[in-house]
Ligand binder design. Structure first.
Ligand code: NAG
Length: 175
């Protein structure tokens, strides 16, 4: 009995089709995430942030952009907490001034850029959202430059520049 009966063969084919379709379904969004991140300046960081958020498995490109905007918000908020801490421990006037300026810049990210991006994405106005993301990167660069090479916030500023640039290019895919 080496020959399979037609019915058995049909069962095997059906089984294979079902198993294959089940395993490709969750993969379809993995593909969207990979395709989306491929067009950003930093594929690895883009994948890392998107995959860390469970919403990414069911998001369209707008949803992926909103996840990245949330990353901007969380990072800016934690930078603000760090800045407050640093201001307390700093007595050098120039450094204190630079830190205060960074505080204003990160507040602008949380209070202006993030809400601008979220509203624009929800209203289907990607150009406006792109402006918001680009502005977040500009704020981080300005913060970094305020220290003339001795920034205690380099990690935060670089992370913000990366996330903002990734967000801007994801948003661009919606234009
Ligand atoms: C921002 O940081 C503060 C202090 O750690 C925290 O209480 C608050 O929940 C944070 N907000 C966001 C939106 O992450």
């Amino acid at each position: 009995m080496t020959k399979l009966k037609p019915l058995a063969l049909l069962a095997i084919i059906l089984y294979t089709l079902i198993v294959t379709s089940h395993s490709t379904n969750p993969k379809s969004n993995t593909n969207l995430i990979h395709q989306t991140c491929k067009h950003t300046p930093n594929y690895a960081i883009c994948i890392k942030y998107l995959e860390a958020d469970p919403r990414s498995s069911t998001s369209d490109v707008t949803g992926l952009a909103l996840i990245m905007v949330d990353v901007i918000k969380t990072k800016a908020n934690s930078s603000l907490n760090k800045i407050k801490h640093l201001i307390k421990g700093t007595h050098e006037p120039n450094k204190k001034e630079a830190l205060n300026s960074c505080g204003g810049r990160y507040r602008a990210i949380v209070e202006a850029d993030v809400p601008k991006c979220v509203a624009a994405l929800k209203e289907g106005d990607p150009k406006f959202a792109e402006d918001g993301a680009n502005d977040a990167a500009i704020e981080a660069t300005a913060c970094e430059n305020g220290f003339f090479g001795k920034s205690p916030l380099s990690d935060d500023n670089i992370a913000m520049q990366d996330v903002a640039a990734i967000t801007a290019t994801i948003v661009k895919q919606l234009l």
